[in-house]
Write a protein that binds this ligand. Sequence first.
Ligand code: PRP
Ligand code: URA
Length: 209
Amino acid sequence: MENVFIFDHPLIQHKISLMRVKQTTTKEFRELVSEVAMLMAYEVTRDLPLEEIEIETPVAVARTKVLAGKKLALLPILRAGLGMVDGMLQLLPMAKVGHIGLYRDPETLEPVEYYCKLPEDARERDTIVLDPMMATGGSASAAVTFLKQKGICNIKFVCLIAATEGIERLHRDHPDVPIFCAAEDKKLNDHAYIVPGLGDAGDRLFGTK
Ligand code: PRP
Ligand code: URA
């Protein structure tokens, strides 16, 4: 599918497998989410524009390339998206961070919005929406719709595990939004949990269950 990138890097696959194991502790899980997010940042930013500048090395004057000042915003979907922020910031320390509060109603499975705080200049930034899990794709699609309503049009979506159904839904609703996933799982269960997935990412990150 165009605009959908599933990562096959061995380090990412290894760490995702460790995250899936049910005995993995909250501390280990949190570290793994952060590490995978950092590794993904490398590929997600592959198209950042560069500009040439003149610098002086200890040996000579040289023309070299640096990032062309493109501004970024990381937009985690609460709660679980928070787990990806630190890892991404390790590689992108200049990024601003906004927060989108959404939860999936367990009965209707519809996303419910409860909070939003974005950088003031979010419209001028390239935005990266973060959420470790995309199941039905309802939350991801609602978050992107919501950002577009606020005039934000440069959006990428990054998740750790995506169900095929979620990828198809987000791609159908927002074909302009590139989707980056560390792994694709084919199935959802009767409660719309990803199978095999890793369970509830928010609970595993914050130890709430
Ligand atoms: C989880 C997950 C996504 C959503 C995915 O959040 O972090 O936001 O479910 O499901 P969907 O693709 O079917 O919409 P949840 O609603 O459990 O909220 P939480 O992070 O606060 O636990
Ligand atoms: N949210 C999660 O955290 N995990 C799933 O499998 C589905 C939604």
